[in-house]
Each structure stands twice: as structure tokens, then as C-alpha cells.
Design a protein. Structure first.
Length: 328
């Protein structure tokens, strides 16, 4: 009942052109009516996000899609049927009515149906598709609890819909269907292997492409204030000896240095658990005024691919054993 009241309030605010943080299974989003350019502009302002970086539009049903896109390729349809509601975003050719501000002037629009009952209700009650970049200042880690949103954007937004901690913890997988072949723009909550098992091989955009077509594909992103180092080995640990260091471990931590604090992502080595803990764990380390965070690599398969993508961007370390994946 309390939730329903909060959803109603949030929907009213969206209808009146306000901005509301909302929960999803991946991370919290910062929402506004996708067809209200003034409200969308405020989302960019509050996030301090450059206008050249387009937004994802969230829908609650297939009827909303008709307002946004001209046609849906059959592969996209198959994936939507399989993974929606869920952490998959598809980039499709947009209708002229979709404001250019939302898509940064691109001929395409990114769409997803989030798997969170409060937000599906919110979209239905507000009666419009809702834009939703992650609810964090541009370039910083995405929020996975309402508390994270409150800490960073609290005073500047109209409402925070608290739906508890996010289940998946890394952002959606983004796939583009704007060319002949489908292309992975960002690894995320739906593993590439699961997508390829349905539609076959998907193109992977090289990370050092000269000019990214989605401007959000910036190499440095998801970054805490404390420097994160990803590619380190015991060899170069000597130079860190006098520093206050935190360790972001995947499973059991190795104690070859005196770490100030250790965060373990998943004792069992479970990718889902590790992804769900990732941003919270980095935030906790970031709050400790450390000199440095050393992060352990995780195997690059399944959700491990999304985790490594976020760690690389957070650490600005761009060498990828994959030959360079991707995006955003
Ligand atoms: O899980 C998620 O996707 C979360 C939750 C809130 O839904 N949202 C999210 O939004 O991660 P954001 O704005 O932080 O990241 C969306 C990325 C941006 O980097 C943007 O560049 C890319 O999607 N994007 C949006 N529209 C696009 C388009 N038309 N073509 C290519 N990339 C696009
Ligand atoms: Mg983001």
C-alpha cells in the first residue's frame, strides 16, 4: 500500500514534467517523460551529462513501442520476447516524434522494459515512456540502492522511488539493430552467450574505435574518486607498500599485502552475486579515503564480461584480452 502511494506520487510528478529516480533490476534510473523535452533537459542538467550522450527510454508494454519506433527487426523481436522485462536494451530506428534531445540527434532510439514491478507500474500510471539514464552524476558509478541516489542527487530531484537494492547490479546489455548485423554496444545484465544462442553471432565494437557512434562509449566511466588499478601483478606491488590500499577481490582475497580494507564480490565465485555487489563494494571502498584500490580481474565470460567492462572503464585501463570489446 505504501509502495502504491509512492508510485502514484511519482507518476503525478512525471506527468507534471518533474524528474524521479526509479528502481530497476540493473541500477537506479533518473526518469522523465520521454516526450517532454523540458523535463528531459533537466535530467541532463542534474546529471551534468553532455547533451551528445543519448538516453535509454523505458517502456512497460509493447504498445509503448509503437510510439517510439517504426519497425522491429525479427531478431530484436525474438530477444525482446525472451528477455523483456529484463536487462536488455535494443537500439532501433526511431519515429520522428521522439525528441532529438532524447537520442542526441541520432536516427535511433535505445529502448528497454525493466524488470521491476514498481517501475512498470510507474510507467503505466504516468502513461508515457520514461527516459532513464543511471541516476548518478555523469562519469561516476551507477547507483544500486535508493541511498546511493539520495547521497549524490538527493537535493536536486523531485522524488526517489525506493524499490530496494538492485538485483542484477550492472546496467543492461545494449544491442544495436540499426545496421544489417546486430552489434553489441555495451555488455551488461544479459550475457552475450545467451543472446548469441538465440540470434547467432553478434558484432562486437572495438573499444579503440576512433569516433564512437554512441558518445556514451567513453573509455573513462563508472569511476570512483579513488584511483582503481586493474592490471597489476605482485611484481609492481612494491611501489605501493607505503600506501593505504583497498582490495576489490572476486573470491577469496590473497593476503600478500597489508590491505586497509578488502571487499569480496562473491565468496562462491558466482558472477551474478559479484555483479550485484560490484558498485556498492566500490562505493564502500571509495568512502574510505584510500590512496588506491586494487581490483582483481574476473574471468571474461557470462556476466564476467560486463563486470570487466565496468572495471576497465573505472580504472581507465583499456587493454582487453578480448581484443577490445565495446561500449558505454
Ligand atoms: O540498465 C540500464 O540500462 C540503466 C537503467 C536505469 O535502465 N540505464 C543506463 O542508462 O545505464 P545510461 O544512460 O547510464 O546508459 C545508456 C547508454 C549511454 O551510454 C548511451 O550512450 C547509450 O546507452 N545509448 C542511448 N541511446 C543510444 C542510441 N540511440 N544509440 C547508441 N547508444 C545509445
Ligand atoms: Mg550511466
Amino acid at each position: 500500500m505504501k509502495d502504491m502511494e509512492a508510485i502514484r506520487q511519482a507518476a503525478e510528478i512525471i506527468k507534471r514534467g518533474g524528474i524521479v529516480a526509479f528502481p530497476t533490476e540493473t541500477v537506479y534510473g533518473l526518469g522523465a517523460d520521454a516526450f517532454n523535452p523540458l523535463a528531459v533537459a533537466r535530467v541532463f542538467e542534474v546529471k551534468r551529462r553532455p547533451y551528445f550522450d543519448p538516453l535509454i527510454v523505458h517502456v512497460a508494454g509493447y504498445a509503448d513501442l509503437e510510439k517510439l519506433v517504426i519497425e522491429i527487426p525479427s531478431d530484436a523481436k525474438r530477444l525482446m520476447e525472451r528477455f523483456w522485462p529484463g536487462p536488455l536494451t535494443v537500439v532501433l530506428l526511431k519515429r520522428a516524434e521522439v525528441p532529438d534531445l532524447v537520442t542526441a540527434g541520432l536516427p535511433t532510439v535505445a529502448i528497454r522494459m525493466p524488470k521491476h514491478v514498481m517501475t512498470l507500474n510507474l510507467i503505466q500510471l504516468a502513461n508515457c515512456p520514461i527516459v532513464g539514464p543511471s541516476a548518478n552524476p555523469f562519469g561516476y558509478l551507477s547507483p544500486t540502492t535508493a541511498e546511493h541516489v539520495r547521497d549524490q542527487l538527493g537535493g536536486q530531484i523531485d522524488f526517489i522511488l525506493d524499490g530496494g537494492p538492485c538485483e542484477v547490479g550492472v546496467e543492461s546489455t545494449i544491442l544495436s539493430f540499426s545496421e544489417k548485423k546486430s552489434r553489441l554496444l555495451r555488455p551488461g545484465g544479459v550475457p552475450l552467450e545467451e543472446i548469441e544462442s538465440i540470434i547467432g553471432k553478434v558484432e562486437i565494437r572495438p573499444i579503440n574505435e576512433e569516433r564512437p557512434s554512441a558518445p556514451g562509449m567513453l573509455p573513462r566511466h563508472y569511476a570512483p574518486r579513488t584511483p582503481i588499478v586493474l592490471d597489476w601483478s605482485k611484481k609492481n606491488l612494491d611501489s605501493y607498500r607505503d600506501k593505504k590500499i583497498g582490495l576489490l577481490a572476486f573470491q577469496e582475497p590473497k593476503n600478500f599485502l597489508k590491505f586497509h580494507q578488502i571487499e569480496v564480490l562473491s565468496k562462491k565465485g558466482d558472477f551474478r552475486e559479484a555483479a550485484a555487489n560490484l558498485f556498492s563494494a566500490i562505493r564502500r571502498l571509495d568512502a574510505l579515503n584510500l590512496d588506491l584500490i586494487l581490483a582483481e580481474s574476473v574471468p571474461e565470460k557470462g556476466l564476467g564480461r560486463a563486470i570487466m567492462d565496468r572495471l576497465r572503464r573505472a580504472s581507465q585501463s583499456l587493454t582487453s584480452p578480448l581484443g577490445g570489446c565495446v561500449a558505454i
